[in-house]
Design a protein around this ligand. Structure first.
Ligand SMILES: Nc1ncnc2c1ncn2[C@@H]1O[C@H](COP(=O)(O)OP(=O)(O)OP(=O)(O)O)[C@@H](O)[C@H]1O
Ligand SMILES: [Mg+2]
Length: 219
């Protein structure tokens, strides 16, 4: 699913440049559940943004599903991201004026899915996330854990093969965190490839493999 070879990311330019990632190489197989851990500032979000095609590396190679992303235009990267990747954010990043179901529909609208199919799929995804009865609520009318479940449902909307999550439980209490972890594990058991960044040792322990970053390098 993922093949990274000598990935680096330098923020800024010249002598001001800051190497947030340096020579990071690893693969993630189809269906794996991998956790990325390491101290604050070590480059976890930088790495996940590269994997999510939200950012471009300064060096090295990133192949996603066998496709080399290096020579791709922004439009091609966006299309590939839409098709293959679901991204879950620590701060949920839901649209506050839209209901849960409308939030889940947004990426499908961008992907050109017909309205009836969008609603049908969104309803199903929210039910699977345990929010069947709260689909019409806006984010303000939901708890943090419920918001993140909407965030996960939205990430799954275009049926990606890869789910990326940057500290998905970072803003949640332990009970909500456990629920989110259970949902992610269930998705993984259903065949989803999951790469998540976490500070939570319990979540790290439940992954099949742990990538430890320190000062921008893999340990
Ligand atoms: N857009 C940016 N411009 C300049 N420097 C940046 C930028 N984004 C991140 N950095 C720096 O790169 C380093 C890695 O940041 P990153 O956000 O990847 O860390 P992290 O491991 O996700 O940390 P945290 O656990 O606190 O979220 C940090 O030193 C950070 O200050
Ligand atoms: Mg981070």
């Amino acid at each position: 699913m993922i093949a990274c070879d000598g990935l680096s990311r330098i923020y800024g330019e010249g002598r001001e440049g800051y190497p947030a990632l340096q020579g990071v190489s690893f693969d993630v197989a189809d269906g794996e559940f991998v956790a990325v851990m390491g101290p604050s500032g070590c480059g976890k979000s930088t790495l996940l943004n590269l994997l999510g095609l939200l950012d471009r590396p300064s060096g090295g190679r990133y192949r996603l599903g066998g496709v080399d992303t290096a020579g791709m235009s922004d439009a091609e990267r966006t299309a590939l991201r839409r098709q293959k990747i679901g991204f879950v954010f620590q701060a949920f990043n839901l649209l506050p004026r839209l209901s849960a179901i409308e939030n889940v529909c947004v990426p499908m609208a961008y992907a050109g899915v017909a309205r009836a199919e969008r609603e049908h799929r969104a309803r199903e995804l929210l039910s699977r996330a345990g929010l069947g009865s709260k689909a019409r609520r806006t984010p303000l009318e939901l708890s943090g854990g419920e918001r993140q479940r909407v965030g996960i449902a939205r990430a799954l909307a275009n049926r990606p093969g890869l789910l990326l999550a940057d500290e998905p439980t970072g803003n949640l209490d332990s009970k909500s965190s456990a629920e989110i972890l259970a949902l992610l594990r269930e998705l993984h058991q259903g065949g989803m490839t999951v790469v998540l960044v976490t500070h939570d040792p319990a979540i790290g322990a439940s992954a099949q493999r742990l990538l430890k970053l320190k000062d921008g390098r893999l340990e």
